[in-house]
Write a protein that binds this ligand. Structure first.
Ligand SMILES: [Zn+2]
Length: 234
């Protein structure tokens, strides 16, 4: 029976091919979420290799960070936007884990990313979590965790109130809007740990600021940031 499985699978794929989650072309292995052309086209930042990079600069004077990293550049109508749209609004949860694995593979190539103790996804407020059914930052962290072999602390920080939409606000307004949103739950898990805060896109970094500031109240905690994408001009 086991011998027959590849043949049976081949026949099934003939009628129901696996399709690339970004462009819709056929992909040839069940664990591939993207076709090779789309993998080739990913706009990598290369930030993982440099402790001094634009994402880290964004937080200068705001958070004391060990490291900061985004895997891809984000721009309008880019493949990055298509990927994020698929896992954020169209239920492609495994695609988010796949992108998390890509993030971790790149990070682990460099010594400054090899001493991580825990991953903390940026939480969603309850209303959005109920609407979407999952937290995309948590899925990214789960993918990273599979490669890095470090735990994900989903409840380490709790989002305590609903924030109104961040668009059409100045940077200061955005900051004030999220400043008091987070509070720490189960902080004992994070004492003396090197923690990576994980999110899908970093734009102004205001949400990361608020959560990072709360995490840094934990004694001895060292903080780094990682996101799938970095939007340099929005
Ligand atoms: Zn593709």
């Amino acid at each position: 029976m086991r011998l027959l499985r590849p043949y049976a699978e081949g026949i099934v794929r003939l009628f129901y091919p696996l399709l690339c989650k970004a462009c819709g072309n056929e992909v040839f292995s069940a664990d591939n979420q993207l076709c090779w052309q789309c993998h080739e086209a990913l706009p990598y930042t290369g930030f993982e290799a440099h402790t001094d990079n634009p994402v880290r600069h964004l937080f200068t004077g705001r958070l004391h960070l060990e490291q900061a990293f985004s895997l891809l550049y984000f721009s309008k109508d880019s493949i990055t936007q298509a990927i994020i749209h698929r896992f954020k609004y169209q239920g492609e949860q495994e695609l988010a884990r796949h992108m998390g694995r890509l993030m971790a593979q790149r990070m682990l190539l460099h010594p400054h990313w090899q001493q991580i103790n825990a991953l903390v996804p940026l939480p969603l407020n309850k209303r959005k979590l109920k609407q979407r059914g999952y937290n995309q930052a948590q899925l990214l962290a789960e993918g990273m965790s599979q490669v890095m072999q470090v735990p994900v602390h989903n409840t380490a920080v709790l989002r305590t109130r609903y924030t109104e939409t961040q668009t059409r606000k100045t940077r200061l307004q955005r900051w004030l809007n999220v400043e008091h949103v987070f509070d720490i739950e189960q902080q004992h898990n994070l004492h003396q740990q090197h923690v990576v805060l994980v999110d899908d896109v970093i734009t102004t970094g205001a949400t990361m600021d608020a959560m990072g500031a709360v995490l840094q109240r934990v004694p001895g905690l060292r903080l780094s940031l990682a996101s799938l994408a970095y939007a340099s001009r929005i």
